[in-house]
Design a protein around this ligand. Sequence first.
Ligand SMILES: [Zn+2]
Length: 158
Amino acid sequence: MSRILPIITNPNPILRKKSEEIEKEKLSNKKLQELCLDMTKTMKEKDGLGLAAPQIGENIRLIVINTQDGPICLLNPRITKKSWSKENGEEGCLSVPSIFGEVRRHKKIDCLYLNTKGKKIKMQANGLLARVIQHEIDHLDGILFIDKAKNVKKIDEL
Ligand SMILES: [Zn+2]
């Protein structure tokens, strides 16, 4: 059974560390497979569009994102191509509760990652999906959206 994991919030030094690549030999590791499932469940439960491993306390290069075709788990994701054009969009983050702001991101990206079976996958994304992937990969490099955001607003919790 997968579990809902506690989410680490800002300021916590874990969120600021650069995460490590996952070694090939560890891909079939049962713990890693479980972590993907737990992170997916946590993302859904918290209504997130994506979740990066540092947000649940693991400094490894692993993210989960919600796509139209369902959630996917990306290991060692890397952006290989970025569109010249950018656009602004509002973002929030489960690790920075109640804060929202406008972030300028590339409209279209190509992303290369390994799936949980160790297969290399190339994915093209645009719009919101491209934004979510850029946001989550930033987490792996210790970057939070508030570092880049403009017009930052705090919404009082109900
Ligand atoms: Zn985030």
